[in-house]
Design a protein around this ligand. Structure first.
Ligand code: GLP
Length: 236
């Protein structure tokens, strides 16, 4: 594991974006595993900025997002497909047919199978960008008695629903379920970047990277990944 400390959110975003940009420059046909949440927004902004300056070209890139809320269609403003469109895809030259986000309104079991097949057919993920949930979740792999291997449908914990409440107008609108890729796809990614920002995440980050490997803190499994880069700004 490599740990890169950043001074603040902006610095963290630049450093993470630099790593992603190196991947895209070296391997223009990369499969990028992408994340949502507040943390990656500045990373996507930075990458889009470099694209505008013609320093980056995403025309050969394929993207695979981690997760999607069940019951929200792509056009829903709180869906993760909508998030990716507005925060990133619409600002770069990625081909829409090469962007993958789980379908929140498909039959969940079938969608989980289909999504695993998509990842398998692509040959896995070259670089996986992750944020960190307050309870140690990655994607929507929630704390529990075991690590879930494949893409699965998950009942969101109250902690996670609360944390994501800020994106919705009313608390009751926050979905109870989501589809998330499992720990196998994440662990099989050739490189993983865990981006963490904010003082309030310092404690869970410490547990995730220094504590015991346990499904109660799903991100702790990343300690066993042989190319994990943690980019963190947790001082403020
Ligand atoms: C959501 C997403 C995760 C993300 C987490 C943290 O639950 N499913 O992929 O890492 O939120 O989000 P934030 O970066 O807003 O703290």
């Amino acid at each position: 594991m490599r740990l890169i400390y950043a001074t603040d959110y902006k610095d963290m975003c630049r450093k993470a974006a630099n790593l992603i940009s190196a991947q895209v420059i070296l391997y223009p046909n990369s499969v990028l595993g992408l994340a949502t949440g507040a943390t990656p927004i500045g990373i996507y902004d930075q990458l889009a900025d470099w694209y505008r300056k013609r320093d980056l070209d995403f025309s050969g890139v394929t993207s695979v997002n981690l997760d999607e809320y069940c019951g929200l269609e792509a056009a829903h403003k709180q869906s993760y497909r909508y998030f990716m469109e507005t925060q990133f895809f619409s600002k770069i030259n990625i081909q829409r047919s090469r962007t993958h986000v789980p379908n929140g309104i498909a039959d969940p079991d079938e969608e989980c199978r289909r999504y695993d097949e998509v990842i398998h057919t692509l040959g896995g993920i070259d670089l996986q960008l992750l944020g960190l949930g307050h309870n140690g979740h990655i994607g929507f792999n929630e704390p529990g008695p075991l690590f879930q291997k494949g893409t699965h449908c998950v009942e969101l914990s109250e902690n996670t629903r609360q944390a994501n409440r800020r994106f919705f107008a009313h608390a009751e609108e926050v979905p109870h379920k989501a589809i998330t890729v499992g720990m196998s796809s994440i662990m099989q990614a050739k490189r993983v970047i865990l981006a963490v920002s904010g003082k309030q995440k310092a404690n869970i980050l410490k547990k995730a990277i220094e504590g015991p490997v346990t499904p109660e803190i799903p991100a702790s499994l990343l300690q066993l990944h042989n190319d994990l880069i943690v980019v963190a700004s947790v001082d403020q």
